[in-house]
Design a protein around this ligand. Structure first.
Ligand SMILES: N[C@@H](CCC(=O)N[C@@H](CS)C(=O)NCC(=O)O)C(=O)O
Length: 196
């Protein structure tokens, strides 16, 4: 399997961490999105949306959309709860991540770190919605160790990807103690150095 990803992207890193956690063998192909490498004709043939991550299976077929890839990699593993209700709750988080979390937390980080904007110049909507997303996570986590059930699932891996670097976009995780604690626990389980 080949993972096409940009190491600056949480959407790509969540795929890498899942493969690593499950000891799945892969080749990592670095794609520099800031140089437009995800828009080449060869890349568009794999994903017409021109975005990373993409996973190309050994038989040549390709899968895009980070959380769809996670589901593919996690099939049959402990990262997907066996209980059907818990499995659906996990899916609920994966969908929420893409619609209500990533578009604010990841975009704020991208604009600050890679486009040189100052936090004070970010669109207020990004900050408001980002804080709402972190508040929602804080509420859900309470004193729980994981988002779903009592073990690490794809929901934790997906959501930790951009939550752990939320401070790059000006969000202070000290305001969300349960989230802060959970990030540390998930980083430890995935063998990640705490985000700088
Ligand atoms: N919903 C997609 C989002 C993918 C995405 O936004 N990829 C960004 C990097 S995080 C990208 O490839 N940007 C380059 C571009 O759009 O040209 C997913 O979860 O995979």
């Amino acid at each position: 399997m080949r993972i096409f990803g940009d190491s600056i992207s949480g959407n790509c890193l969540k795929v890498k961490w899942t493969a690593d956690h499950l000891s799945l063998p892969y080749d990592w192909i670095e794609i520099d999105i800031r140089k437009g490498e995800s828009r080449s004709p060869a890349f568009l043939a794999m994903n017409r949306a021109g975005q990373v991550p993409v996973v190309q299976l050994d038989d040549g077929r390709a899968i895009a959309q980070s959380n769809a890839i996670l589901l593919h990699l996690g099939r049959g593993s402990r990262l997907i709860p066996a209980d059907p209700f818990e499995q659906t709750k996990m899916l609920e988080w994966l969908i929420w991540e893409q619609y209500s979390h990533e578009p604010y937390i990841a975009v704020a980080r991208f604009q600050v770190v890679y486009q040189g904007k100052s936090v004070t110049d970010l669109e207020p909507r990004l900050i408001e919605r980002g804080k709402a997303a972190l508040g929602c996570l804080e509420d859900a986590l309470g004193d729980r160790r994981f988002l779903v059930g009592d073990g690490l699932t794809l929901a934790d891996i997906s959501l930790v990807a951009y939550t752990r670097t939320a401070h790059h976009g000006g969000f202070d995780l000290a305001d969300y103690p349960a989230v802060h604690r959970w990030v540390g626990q998930v980083e430890q389980l995935l063998g990640l150095d705490p985000a700088a």
